[in-house]
Ligand binder design. Sequence first.
Ligand SMILES: *Cc1c(COP(=O)(O)O)cnc(C)c1O
Length: 365
Amino acid sequence: MGARERALLLDAFDSNWVAPLGPHVDAFEEEFAAFVGVPHAAALSSGTAALHLALQLVGVGPGDEVLVPTLTFVATANAVGYVGARPVFVDAEATSWNLDPALVAAELDRRAAAGRLPAAVVTVDLYGQCADYDPIVAACERHGVVLVEDAAEALGATYHDRPAGGFGRVGVFSFNGNKVMTTSGGGMLVSADADLVARARFLATQAREPAPHYEHTVAGNNYRMSNLLAAVGRGQLEGLPAKIERRRAVRARYVEALGDVPGVGFLPDAPWGRPTNWLTVLTLEPGVAAADPTEVRLHLEALDIEARPAWKPMHLQPLFADHECIGGAVAERIFATGLCIPSGSSLTPDDQDRVIAALLDRLVP
Ligand SMILES: *Cc1c(COP(=O)(O)O)cnc(C)c1O
């Protein structure tokens, strides 16, 4: 947080607009929509809330199936369950670790022939990098299947110069404390469809009909963002480009320092865009690297340096034990070999030196 966030937050506080509506919410939505190049945006209480509304708004409901990448954070898959539908997991590809377009296209063809197309496809822009949208969008359009983009981890990334969040009918972002920009907790839903976004705001405010009394025809949720947090979000958005540059510089420095160590690899920067490098993720090749991810993680932990495994694929989660997965070997390999290392935009050069020294200590035999 910086001086700008503080000033905007105090402005919201002093204005006494402390409700989940107010001038900072309106301004944040406008500024955010301009930043991601999508005409309409609704500020919400979390990325998870935005995903829930997105699926509801594109018409996913009870009994439906939805294709979801297996390599993601659990919120993506849970949202499918919130609307009564069932996630069908699809493996990642090795170039960006995102949804494999060839598997999506083949699965849609197969399901079209069988007369059981999914109600939607959800893409995730993992670790700050866009999925390969040209073939995914083409496959969805060919079969008339709606696309929802979970861009929670990729605000500010691009795909062929187009910003993340604008590739589906609806795009979703998160401002949780672990993301590149944060409102402590919050989310945003974006779409080119003005009516859809108006409906999102309606459903997010308990679906209260425009009547002087409390009139309800459908069940809504309490999902709007507070004006106080929207003020913080405006300040964070101004500082976002600089934070992204820091994340990219952090990754570049790790690659320079560790790129030649035997068995060490990185989540690749795919050729189709500019990632934000939200997290730098190492891979340690079994039998070649001097240590496995668990050994390295525990070595770092002993030095008070936090590292975490890559996302555990959804098809390996007890929660989804009985769910179908199309492929899965790529995501399993990423989980077995991946390690997320300190990547914050406030990581100082000295701290990064300390992380690099600790990694070299364990990985150079
Ligand atoms: C963080 C995240 C979410 C959830 O966002 P919240 O704001 O924490 O609810 C959803 N999907 C992905 C891929 C995420 O990383």
